[in-house]
Write a protein that binds this ligand. Structure first.
Ligand code: ATP
Length: 260
């Protein structure tokens, strides 16, 4: 991966009292690449994303986005990133149109009218346009939240469970949409997901997390080969059910303890 790193995370730690929810995490996401955080419930994925979003302050470590230290929350970087998270609700009393208009202004979107029309069409929001966001179903809210996440055509997109409440057809369509956006604009995506097929399709790199630490990393194909499994779902189950699981011997990684 030779593209420049647009997200760089160094020795990131988040402690809640005596619990290290994120415990010394390092990774980079290059331009145009998707990196997925995988791990069981409580592994530290959302906490990691929340620190990148500035919703939580790190206890230790450094986050750099688009070449800038995020501790200072530089406004010129904030306007080039965006996110979608089921834990962050859009204002419920505003209609879909009012919400998207508000965020478009907040992000200083140039062609406001054109961009809103584009997203309304692309994310099939026509029927929801005048509805209050608080009255939408979970899947409808997810589509609106993604429209908000894409409104400023972000260079860095942070997605926490982007397809969790979507029906399979809409979820599949959305993955294709993200792929096309990324190909067209070089978006860097950090994704937390429990959907292994989604991760296998979208991710260029997977970070396996357990108890706040990254325990393994690689492309989906590398991980599948390393653990001697048929797909990422089986790798995940292997690791989840047997935390001491060691990868199957493979040409790119000799068995543990083997002479170098
Ligand atoms: P899931 O897949 O269930 O969403 P996750 O990998 O996103 O899990 P986190 O939400 O990051 O996990 O939580 C990591 C750990 O930190 C958990 O043990 C959780 O209980 C704890 N934790 C998260 N937020 C807080 C908080 N505000 N105060 C105390 N502990 C917290």
């Amino acid at each position: 991966m030779s593209s420049p790193a647009v997200i760089r995370v160094d020795r990131l730690v988040k402690r809640f009292g005596s619990l290290a929810a994120v415990d010394g995490v390092d990774f980079v996401v290059p331009r145009g690449c998707t990196c997925a955080l995988l791990g069981a419930n409580g592994a530290g994925k959302t906490t990691t994303i929340s620190m990148l979003l500035g919703l939580l302050l790190p206890s230790e470590g450094r986050i750099e986005m688009l070449g800038r230290d995020m501790r200072r929350r530089p406004p010129e970087v904030l306007e080039r990133i965006n996110f979608s998270s089921p834990y962050v609700d859009l204002p419920r009393r505003l209609t879909v149109e009012q919400n998207l208009r508000f965020f478009a202004r907040l992000y200083g979107v140039g062609d406001l009218r054109g961009r809103l029309a584009e997203l309304r069409r692309d994310l099939e929001l026509e029927a929801l346009w005048k509805k209050r966001t608080g009255q939408l179903s979970a899947g409808q809210k997810t589509r609106v939240s993604l429209a908000k996440a894409l409104i400023n055509r972000p260079e860095v997109l942070l997605l926490d469970e982007p397809t969790a409440s979507l029906d399979p057809d809409t979820a599949d369509w959305l993955r294709g949409y993200l792929e096309r956006e990324q190909a067209a604009h070089g978006t860097a995506i950090l994704l937390a997901s429990h959907n292994m097929a989604e991760v296998e399709r979208l991710a260029h790199e997977v970070l396996m997390m357990r108890a706040g630490k990254i325990t393994d990393r690689g492309t989906p194909a590398e991980l599948i080969r390393r653990y001697g499994r048929a797909n990422l779902e089986e790798v995940f189950l292997d690791i989840a059910r047997n935390p001491a699981a060691t990868p199957a011997p493979s040409p790119d990684r000799p068995p543990a303890g083997a002479a170098a």
